[in-house]
Design a binder for this molecule. Sequence first.
Ligand code: SAH
Length: 255
Amino acid sequence: MTFDNIRIVLVNTSHPGNIGGVARAMKNMGLSRLVLVEPRQYPDEQATWRAAGALDVLEQAVVCSTLDEAIADCQFVVGTSARERRIPWPLLDPRRCAEEVASRAGQEQVALLFGREDRGLTNEELQRCNLHLNIPSDPNYSSLNLAMAVQIVCYELRMLQLGGGLPAQAEAQWDAPFSTGDNMERFYEHLEETLIGIGFLDPVAPRQLMTRLRRLYSRLRLDEMELNILRGILTETQKYIPKPARPPQDGSQEG
Ligand code: SAH
């Protein structure tokens, strides 16, 4: 197994020292692709200092302004979280998660997302993920330092690599590539627009409908062909949506 298709994405990190610590944790375990989404203070000498001998990882880090940009081409996205969120998502510990990641990283682009030191990942960011990962720490004090959390996750990948105990690449034979994050976002926009159009989704009181639909589709993991079929169905459905009454033409109103 190579780690070439696996990227570690740090979202909106506050402390540059942690960014350096993450670079080091990654390189120790043989990973090298670091993506920084809107780091609050970067580049910074504290990052350089904490990276120690992993400066190359830091220097090759890609800086993005949005999470969308960071995962646009990814087919499998894992979000890490220290606590359960309101709508539970498929959740694994680092060991099981490493197996999932390893079984996909041969063919697919995989991203592992890590959140802000103070608030973690937002619900919206976690809803962009196929899977959530939780390090089963003591519930009385569950939140680890960012770089240490990255260390544990990368260590499990390393163990799997060394043990050679890779799960069979179950999806190697699949007949179409899995959808990227980018295409899934466009699908969700289309779906939401259609559901509003047919009156199934009330934009004034959307409740958790889109969240639940996101969970459904990310659990299934659509391939590009399936996604095109669904997009086609939405397009045809939209043709049945009555057009809103036209506003009166200029001059047609009484003065
Ligand atoms: N207070 C935040 C914790 C932020 S810790 C929260 O409740 O989510 C910073 C980041 O480290 C988290 O976003 C996550 O990426 C990682 N992390 C820390 N502890 C973790 C744990 N127990 N399991 C998984 N990830 C963890």
